[in-house]
Design a protein around this ligand. Structure first.
Ligand code: NAD
Length: 417
């Protein structure tokens, strides 16, 4: 993993690459490369022994031209201002490429949640929600889960906001538990879109996902669901990993059983009779499809020269450095870009928000059908841009589609004097 590539610079480079193919003013592009505002705050909360601790947190509101800011909240020791800015920008273009009416935002707390009790994490989360309160709202900025956060944290944030505002506003946050206003299908949505995006890509290449061998790096929400849904589509998952290392079985893994093993033991390691392998070995395994589903910069230019997969579907945000992108393009490896592949999470978050606003509950079947429609139609749009403009790769095509939509919304809004 390259620790040196700044994800915010990667985002800006991706926008520059696409802008070269677009007829949008350079001053508008400059606006689209930088966040509108970033909250940096120091959260003080009480530990179980009665002492106080202060921890840094951020919320970046990157762009709201197409609708309320939207994006997750990450709990991780490597969270930084630039990481949050990058992630919030990727949200803007993700929402635009699948044409849902949101801008982009992202938040994070610089914390390793495994160091704290549940009660401490609740106090920390509520302290963050109190700081976020003036910024967020159903029509303003709508957070969601990301790395190391899930339904529990979303429920706490919703409750803090509603209590302080003396109202009910379930649409202030998405990724909630079902009984707290969550949507059917939300937990599986990111993995579902990644699996569908991979299927569409193999189909478009005149091939099929059936029988393809797969390696998945990262076995949390995004990775584990992608793995078992790819299995349902007929692919064969042969290797998976998490932060403790990887496992490999050339005859195929039961991805749901591995998920249960991780839930019971805390890691994928030790499952069945699998051979152990490092994350680097997993990323360079001879498979048809590689799914990075952990963190940014998992594959740098050096590692990219060793990748053997034909297709990489980015479940994680920003898993390839721009240099790795170039190396892989030269080697004719197809990249299914993050802003499209993992867009199922925000798409079903949007469905959750729509249901919250309507005070109505959709069936899981309806959620999954609508998601599949969004993914297949968006893929057609990306391919159309790729072919019509003769673009170098699918990532640039996705950005071309997305930037054009955001720039149009900005220009149509006109200017304040
Ligand atoms: P998660 O916390 O549920 O899982 C993260 C997984 O990555 C864990 O299994 C962890 O052990 C593993 N991991 C961490 N560092 C690793 C390393 N160096 N090597 C191998 N594995 C490592 O998080 P998640 O929600 O699944 O998010 C994963 C990625 O997907 C992130 O980039 C996130 O931004 C992106 N994403 C998530 C969603 C969502 O809805 N959850 C939506 C869009 C994008």
């Amino acid at each position: 993993m390259s620790g040196e590539t700044n994800p915010f610079e990667s985002l800006q480079e991706q926008i520059d690459d696409a802008s070269a193919h677009l007829d949008v003013d350079t001053d508008v592009i400059e606006r689209l490369k930088n966040p509108e505002r970033v909250l940096e705050t120091n959260l003080t909360f009480e530990l179980d022994d009665g002492s106080l601790e202060t921890i840094r947190a951020y919320r970046s509101q990157f762009n709201g031209d197409r609708g309320p800011y939207k994006g997750g909240i990450r709990y991780h020791p490597a969270v930084s201002r630039d990481e949050v800015k990058a992630l919030s920008g990727w949200m803007v273009y993700k929402c635009a490429v699948v044409d849902i009416p949101y801008g982009g935002g992202k938040g994070g707390i610089v914390v390793d949640p495994t160091d704290y009790s549940e009660e401490e994490l609740e106090r920390l989360t509520r302290a963050f929600a109190k700081e976020l309160r003036p910024l967020i709202g159903e029509d303003r900025d709508i957070p969601a889960p990301d790395v190391n956060t899930g339904q529990r944290e979303m429920n706490w944030i919703k409750d803090t906001y509603e209590t302080l505002e003396n109202t009910t506003a379930p649409g202030v946050i998405t990724g909630k538990a079902l009984d707290s206003g969550g949507s059917e299908g939300r937990v599986e949505a990111t993995g579902r879109s990644t699996a569908l995006a991979a299927r569409e890509t193999f189909d478009w290449l005149g091939d099929s996902i059936e029988g393809k061998t797969v390696a998945v790096q990262g076995y949390g929400n995004a990775g584990s669901v992608t793995a078992y849904l790819l299995g349902d589509l007929g692919a064969e998952v042969v290797a998976v990993s998490d932060s403790s290392g990887g496992i490999h079985d050339p005859h195929g893994l039961d991805a749901r059983a591995v998920k249960r093993h991780k839930a019971e033991t805390g890691s994928v390691s030790g499952y069945g009779d699998c051979e152990a392998l490092t994350n680097e070995e997993l990323l360079t395994l001879d498979v048809d499809l590689l799914v990075p589903a952990a963190l940014e910069n998992a594959i740098d230019a050096d590692l990219a020269t060793e990748v053997k997969a034909d297709v990489i579907a980015e479940a994680a945000n920003g898993p390839l450095t721009p240099d790795a992108d170039d190396v892989l393009a030269d080697r004719d490896v197809w990249i299914v870009p993050d802003i499209f592949a993992n867009s199922g999470g925000v798409t079903v978050s949007y469905f959750e928000w729509v249901q919250n606003r309507q005070r109505f509950h959709w069936t899981e079947e309806r959620v999954n059908e609508e998601l599949e429609r969004v993914i297949t139609e968006s893929f057609d749009g990306i391919v159309d841009a790729y072919e019509t403009h003769d673009l170098p790769n699918l990532r640039t095509a996705a950005y071309v589609v997305a930037i054009e939509r955001v720039a149009d919304a900005y220009e149509q809004a006109g200017n304040w004097p």
